[in-house]
Ligand binder design. Structure first.
Ligand SMILES: [Zn+2]
Length: 312
């Protein structure tokens, strides 16, 4: 009997092992995103997978798998679909942020922390001469990690702001403003507005719950709670400045002009102004009228040298 067992072992050792094809596993994740729903609430998978499939309606379809703990694998079947969803972030399910991330070779979707998400953030109340890519980089790294700067956004009319694409740590409070010292005598508070921002807490400034469910409510007496965040952090939906077709007419037959045409023209004029102002420094007078400018000490000399100092 013992001899038979020994022979069996020898035979097993001599057998060729199956060859695991690791590229098959990696290929499966090629068009995949792993996601985590950032919420303290219960998430019903049946609802989530229908809602997201309808919202994204991928050309090649989608397979969504529940990985447990509010974590999901979104498998697309072509690069076009996965790219469109990945670049269209942030996405929300029932007002809760769906953190999405691509899976690199060798990564396990269950091991990824999924704490970072990309947002477009608008920088408001900033002197126009400071709305440039160098400043955008600094703002981006102050908020999280700078990714992109929107050159196409006209700094005109009601849109006096700069747009930057940023990767944010969504486990921390949303930053509201940043103090910038300009020269020696002035400072300005730039204020942040987040595009497509959904549910967040007005007490702790974090995504994932409303103030009714904030953990701070258990630690602080209700009368002493301060609501430090508000809806001003949410950017208004952007209107595109499209040119009205010359063929379009109003009901009375007159040519359409509309708001869009007006804003387009304003944008053109302002860009000319902005360019000349940057070259000559003529716009300093306008910047001084900015109510957010704070004189520092008695020296009110306005010195714009592009070397603004950053303060928390
Ligand atoms: Zn909270």
């Amino acid at each position: 009997m013992e001899e038979e067992l020994a022979n069996l072992n020898l035979l097993d050792d001599k057998e060729e092992a199956f060859q695991g094809d690791i590229t098959v596993v990696e290929r499966n994740y090629q068009f995949c995103l792993v996601g985590r729903c950032l919420t303290d609430s219960v998430v019903h998978f049946s609802s989530l997978h229908n809602t997201m499939a309808d919202l994204w309606h991928p050309i090649g379809g989608i397979c969504i798998t529940d990985l447990r703990d509010k974590r999901y694998l979104f498998q697309f079947f072509n690069d076009v679909d996965v790219q469109r969803v990945a670049t269209g972030t942030p996405w929300f399910f029932n007002n809760h942020l769906l953190i999405l991330q691509r899976i690199q070779n060798g990564e396990n979707p269950l091991d990824l922390a999924l704490n970072f998400m990309e947002f477009w953030v608008q920088i408001h109340e900033l002197p126009s001469s400071l709305m440039n890519e160098t400043m955008a980089n600094q703002f981006g790294d102050c908020l999280g990690k700078f990714l992109d700067f929107d050159n196409s956004n006209p700094v005109s009319g009601n849109q006096k702001y700069m747009r930057i694409r940023v990767r944010l740590d969504v486990t921390g409070p949303l930053k509201r403003k940043k103090k910038i010292q300009i020269g020696k005598g002035m400072a300005v508070y730039a204020r942040f507005k987040y595009e497509k921002l959904s549910l967040f807490c007005f007490i702790c400034g974090r995504l994932g719950h409303g103030e009714s469910y904030c953990p701070f409510c258990l630690k602080i007496e209700p009368s002493k709670i301060i609501f430090g965040w508000d809806l001003s952090l949410r950017a208004a939906p952007r209107r595109r400045n499209t040119v009205v077709s010359r063929w379009l007419r109003e009901a009375d037959g007159s040519q359409c002009c509309g708001e869009n045409m007006e804003s387009f023209n304003q944008g053109s004029n302002f860009n000319k102004m902005r360019d000349s102002g940057r070259q000559s420094g003529e716009n300093i007078g306008n910047q001084l009228s900015n109510p957010n400018l704070i004189p520092l000490g008695s020296n009110h000399q306005y010195c714009l040298n592009g070397q603004s100092n950053w303060r928390n």
